[in-house]
Design a protein around this ligand. Structure first.
Ligand code: ADP
Length: 480
């Protein structure tokens, strides 16, 4: 598949997922619409209710006044009362009916039913005293029905007063229209502000994404400026810390590769020089030939040593090295190592003593720990003075065992103490080379001790000798 097509497919896939901006916009718009709309609806609802109650109260007061007047006149409607009724009905845009106790309509402001008899459930209920009054909003009218009683309390008739709700609803409509306009304007402003806010809040994420994309495409690792919101600053800080780590890994890898190449090249160069000398000299004697060949073989051995050490380092320096734990008697392990080193020490009259304060059995990888201890004790021989001494000791407490290797050798200068564990570092290159050193021994040793969750320390004074001190957990699961 072409690269472009692949890119398009990936972009299409990405578009399936909602972006933070869209998500934030949808959420905030929903919240605004929900709360603003709810707010307006609530206000309109209560406004409508309040207006209805007020209309009913006004209508009821007017009806009560009329009822009082009718009581006073004992249901006789004279001209002034009739004009009051006409005016009240006109002002209320409604209708007033006065009904006698025989259900005959005495006055109807609409003049529709004057003199007729009325059969209306509410009127009958009030007239019969089943209900004291009627107060209701019905068919866009506020309706009040009140009884007219004489002094003995007998019902002499009823007044039906209806007022139109038209004025309320037109005010209501007006307010609703205005509210919707304000709502629309507010929404528009909110939308513009929201656009700016969401754009700003995701800018940091977009910048970081661009930065990471550049790294993924193989651009040079670059730190990003810490700016914007607190979370973004934190993210950038973490990213920059990662860049630091990657840069140091990268530079130590480069350094390692260049060291390896250099170390491997040295014996090859020697072999080339020796071989060319042999080729150029036509009268080489068998003796000379043997001499040269011995040197070449020793360079091959050296090359093999470096490669073997490199392979060991690769195995032990992994993040999760394969560890073959078993219960090992550490005293016996040390004695075995000392035994193999003793002939080497004897050649230079170096005395090795061993002291064990208690029996120690621990969970360790026997092969790896043997290699680590051998490196240290061999170094104590290699960097010792003739007729010097080496003291090896073993001790333990309830959690750890301790191995100490002290020598009377040349010691390590202060500025080299941290570096001796680095790959290929040697204080005295010539001496290390003469004694067959590759500069990898202590790196391997430290890796092995770390794989056992242990620590390695060194105490030394130049010209005064060196002591390596190891602390390793007795049990495999014990961490330091
Ligand atoms: P090498 O193969 O050169 O011995 P190592 O990694 O074992 O490499 O040691 C690194 C360097 O540390 C040695 O070259 C030497 O200079 C120094 N060193 C290690 N052990 C001792 C010691 N016991 N006394 C003095 N110098 C030491």
């Amino acid at each position: 598949m072409a690269k472009k097509e692949k890119k398009e497919i990936i972009e299409k896939k990405e578009k399936k997922y909602i972006s933070i901006r869209t998500f934030l916009t949808i959420c905030i718009v929903s919240l605004i619409v929900f709360s603003l709309f709810g707010f307006f609806l609530g206000i309109m609802y209560f406004y409508g209710r309040r207006s209805s109650v007020e209309l009913l109260n006004t209508t009821e007061n007017r009806t009560k006044y009329l009822v009082d007047e009718l009581q006073k006149s004992d249901m006789v409607i004279d001209t002034p009362l009739l004009s009051y009724i006409e005016e009240a009905a006109y002002l209320s845009e409604g209708r007033i009916m006065v009904i006698s106790d025989r259900y005959q309509i005495m006055t109807d402001t609409r003049k529709l039913q004057d003199g007729n008899y009325i059969v209306h459930e509410d009127v009958m209920d009030v007239m019969a005293g089943r209900k004291t009054n009627i107060r209701v909003i019905r068919n866009k009218f506020a309706e009040i029905i009140l009884p007219v009683k004489n002094e003995e309390g007998r019902i002499r008739g009823v007044v039906v007063f209806t007022s139109s709700t038209r004025s309320i609803s037109s005010r209501y409509q007006y307010l609703l229209r205005r509210a919707l306009v304000i709502f629309g304007i507010l929404m528009l402003v909110d939308f513009i502000l929201l656009n700016i806010i969401t754009r700003k809040s995701v800018r940091g994420v977009q910048d970081m994404s661009r930065q990471l994309n550049k790294v993924a495409k193989g651009h040079v690792l670059e730190k990003a400026p810490e700016k914007g919101f607190r979370e973004m600053r934190q993210l950038t800080k973490n990213y920059n810390a990662m860049v630091d780590v990657l840069q140091s890994v990268d530079s130590s890898r480069q350094e390692f590769v260049s060291n390896v190449s250099h170390e491997l090249k040295t014996p090859i160069t020697s072999m080339k020089v020796l071989s060319e000398a042999l080729l150029q000299n036509e009268n080489t004697t068998v003796e000379e030939f043997r001499d040269f060949m011995t040197d070449i073989v020793s360079e091959v051995d050296r090359e093999t040593d470096i490669i073997n050490d490199l392979l060991t380092l690769v195995k032990t320096d992994r993040q999760d090295p394969v560890m073959n734990y078993s219960e090992v008697n550490i005293g016996e392990l040390l004695e075995a190592v000392i035994k193999t080193v003793t002939p080497l020490a004897a050649r230079r009259n170096i005395e090795i003593s061993y002291e064990s304060y208690r029996d120690v059995v621990a969970d360790v990888d026997q092969v790896k720990l043997t290699l680590a201890v051998s490196n240290i004790i061999e170094n104590a021989v290699k960097y010792n003075v003739d007729s010097g001494w080496i003291k090896v000791s073993l001790n333990s407490d309830h959690r750890f065992f301790y191995i100490k290797v002290a020598d009377s050798g040349v010691g390590i200068p202060d500025d080299a103490k941290d570096k001796v564990f680095d790959r290929f570092y040697r204080v005295d290159k010539a001496r290390s080379r003469d004694t067959g050193g590759t500069g990898l021994g202590l790196s391997i040793t430290r890796s092995i001790i770390h794989s056992h969750n242990g620590t390695i320390r060194l105490y030394s004074e130049s010209g005064q000798g060196t002591t390596f001190s190891l602390r390793i957990p007795l049990k495999k699961e014990e961490s330091v």
